[in-house]
Unconditional design. Structure first.
Length: 355
């Protein structure tokens, strides 16, 4: 199934790594394992305090808030990063992206890297949805990559359930050359779901974009210790190369102790992509249309699964030894994942489904 998308970052031990392979290894290394988010550094608290607190949970990677839109957070500085790294931690920055001023927001995010961040997480799930969020996202991604280069590790933190947010431009943030991994915010208590149900609704739908999926769990809201154990175990069962929890500020001592315990082992979970039928719309269809065009179709990329897309899907299926139903099944997604999508320019306006 779509699990093959995650294996794309694995380099055979005997292979001589190309520069691209070396960059992928670097990305894997920086996001591997467990991390904790830091929203706010309390008065009087220093970097060494943060590292020591996280270490009680067996965690040595911290994502520290460095920006909010066009406003840089003074708490994130080169001195803080140096202090935390000297104490044995890996330090990454995270910033909010709203889309109202994408070039300036990208500059704030890039500045955190200049301060020494080893990776960057862009939290765009609270984007304020300008008229053309697709265009804003494209400008933001291009500005950020022009400043940081093509191989610096960048993650998208986003709403977990892709189908519930059809006008959000996952396909832009996760396009070829854009961001490297996706971190869905699987806040099961907020969803009113079990950990298992929240994972099942999230992992396959995010994996269609061909990026490693690193789940983000919650420490706020009083989760049961058994839920934290399940969250960690399911990350391994779904093959996630890393995971994180929001946030250290809210963590209770018993929660950190629970994170330090050896993770439970669960059987491998199937990573099933969503089945899409004619009449559907949203970013998942935008992505499918881009992939179909890469495979030889000539579709307008509007995000609506109409008759033309139906015919293109059936034709693609027939050419790839799949039953030509015109329905995008998990096996169809798997076949489509072999192609590099053709991303349109969104500067003049979003797809019709996002208007």
């Amino acid at each position: 199934m779509i699990a093959c998308l995650l294996s794309a970052l694995v380099v055979p031990a005997a292979a001589v790594p190309s520069p691209a392979m070396a960059a992928r290894r670097s990305i894997n290394a920086v996001f591997a394992g467990t991390a904790l988010w830091v929203r706010e550094i309390a008065p009087g608290q220093n970097g060494q305090d943060l590292v020591g607190e996280a270490a009680r949970g067996g965690v040595h990677t911290l994502y520290v808030k460095a920006g909010d839109g066009i406003v840089a957070e003074p708490q994130f500085s080169s001195a803080l990063v140096s202090e935390m790294r000297a104490a044995g931690a890996s330090v990454c920055a995270w910033t909010f992206m709203y889309g109202s001023n994408p070039t300036a927001e990208a500059a704030v995010a890039a500045a955190s890297v200049l301060a020494g961040a080893q990776c960057l997480i862009v939290d765009a799930e609270g984007a304020s949805a300008p008229v053309n969020l697709y265009g804003a996202a494209q400008l933001f991604v291009r500005a950020l990559r022009s400043q940081l280069g093509p191989s610096f590790p960048i993650a998208l933190a986003s709403q977990a359930e892709v189908g519930e947010h059809p006008t959000f431009p996952y396909s832009v943030f996760l396009a070829p050359g854009a961001f490297d991994v996706v971190m869905p915010l699987i806040y099961w208590l907020d969803f009113g779901q079990s950990v298992d149900s929240a994972y099942a609704a999230t992992m396959g739908a995010n994996a269609i974009y061909g990026r490693p999926v690193l789940p983000v769990g919650q420490l706020y809201g009083g989760p049961a210790l058994g839920e934290l154990a399940s969250f960690r175990a399911l990350a391994g069962a779904y093959g996630a190369p890393g995971l994180s929890f929001f946030d250290l500020d809210s963590a209770q001592p018993e929660e950190l102790i629970a994170l330090a315990a050896p993770p439970l082992k669960l059987a491998r979970e199937p990573l099933l992509a969503p089945t899409m039928h004619p009449g559907a719309d949203g970013d998942q269809i935008v992505w499918a249309q881009e992939l179909l065009n890469a495979a030889g179709a000539r579709l307008p990329v509007g995000g609506y699964y109409g008759a033309e897309t139906d015919r293109a899907v059936a034709s693609f299926q027939a050419r790839h030894d799949l039953r030509p139903t015109g329905i995008i099944t998990p096996s169809t997604w798997q076949a489509l994942s072999r192609f590099r999508p053709h991303e349109p320019s969104w500067i003049k306006g979003p797809p019709d489904s996002a208007r």
